[in-house]
Design a protein around this ligand. Structure first.
Ligand code: ADP
Ligand code: ZN
Length: 333
């Protein structure tokens, strides 16, 4: 099980945290991307060096294109050249791309090195750094290769998000709002509440076999909208739209009120997210849905709310309900 440390504004406590997990006198490979290397690598390297560790760094190009097998092979080469062994460590300094790639390398190199996540995007801090999912894209299919591998430590320095572009902040806010509505009736929980909820659920169901599915709230249609738009819209925007659709269906079933739906829309707008987009083709979106990994035995697994804070996992949402919900986020003209 991972330890999670959340601090306001520094990397100083990282040294102490490495002490807690008995990571003194080791090699540490910091995997990062070129943007983060410029911003935070020096500070993180210094914090890692205090306990007599030998610190190495490997930087990848920022962006989804780096989430490939080729990047992972290059990391293996780097670890071999520098004689990394089973008791050495990998530290991911970055957003979801770095975390996913570094986690996969950590889980497979020599059958597993200890792994530390230092997430720097809001999305990674509240979502991807917790729960042990990692991996890469292959042949245009997202996240098709990967493992479950829990980090030994997740160190969140909240201040790092000050340097994030605003659309990246909105991206993370969508997951915060998601957590707020599935865990209770606070639409905008703090990072701490969000992290502890995700940790509780993923500790209970680390391999995504049942309970963890609720974290996919807004994602069934969200992922499909993302794919159908050829990734023109960011993940958070699409999850926001997916949540509106899920709320719509719950409202029609009498499980949520129209006030709940209006509040969701207001909160999304306030956080730089969208409530409608142009040119949604509901049939095309559903085609992506039926090809998604959330499908089992030809049925789409959907998360609905039977009231705020009360998510249910169901496969009985009809095509008609989904199409009607998608029509409501279609901006005409
Ligand atoms: P995620 O999957 O969490 O959205 P990515 O790894 O795709 O994150 O990173 C998105 C972009 O934001 C990348 O260009 C990355 O270099 C940049 N980035 C990540 N963290 C920060 C930060 N704290 N400050 C500035 N830019 C950042
Ligand atoms: Zn998500």
């Amino acid at each position: 099980m991972s330890s999670i440390i959340i601090v306001k504004d520094s990397f100083d406590d990282l040294t102490k945290a490495l002490g807690f997990i008995n990571a003194a006198d080791k090699k540490i490979c910091i995997i990062t991307d070129d943007n983060l290397a410029e911003l935070y690598l020096k500070e993180v390297s210094s914090a890692c060096s205090v306990l007599n560790n030998s610190v190495y760094s490997y930087s990848i190009k920022p962006g989804e294109e780096s989430k490939s097998i080729d990047t992972i092979i290059n990391i293996y080469d780097f670890l071999i050249q520098n004689q990394f062994n089973r008791d050495d460590l990998i530290l991911a300094l970055g957003g979801g791309v770095v975390g996913d790639i570094a986690g996969f390398a950590a889980s497979t190199y020599k059958r597993g090195l200890r792994f530390i996540q230092v997430p720097t995007t809001l999305l990674a801090q509240v979502d991807s750094a917790i729960g042990g999912k990692n991996g890469c894209d292959y042949d245009t299919i997202k996240n098709v290769i990967g493992t479950f591998y829990q980090p030994s430590l997740v160190y969140v320095n909240k201040k790092t998000t000050d340097s994030l572009p605003s659309d990246e902040v909105s991206n993370g806010r969508a997951e915060l709002i998601k957590t707020g509505v599935i865990s209770g009736n606070v639409f905008e929980p703090g990072i701490e509440e969000c992290l502890s909820f995700k940790k509780m659920i993923t500790d209970e169901d680390p391999y995504d076999e049942h309970k963890r599915n609720i974290l996919n709230f807004g994602h069934t249609l969200g992922h499909a909208i993302e794919a159908a738009s050829a990734y023109k819209y960011k993940h958070g925007v699409c999850v926001g739209l997916g949540m509106i659709c899920a709320f719509e269906i719950s409202v029609k079933r009498g499980w949520l009120s129209t006030e709940n739906l209006e509040e969701l829309k207001t909160v999304l707008k306030r956080n730089g997210l969208l409530t409608k987009i142009k040119n949604i083709n509901p049939d095309a979106v559903l085609d992506f849905c039926y090809n998604d990994k959330k499908i089992r035995d030809g049925k789409i697994r959907f998360i609905l709310l039977r009231g705020l804070g009360n998510p249910i996992i169901t496969d009985d949402v009809s095509r008609k309900e989904m199409i009607a919900a998608l029509e409501t986020i279609n901006e005409k003209g």
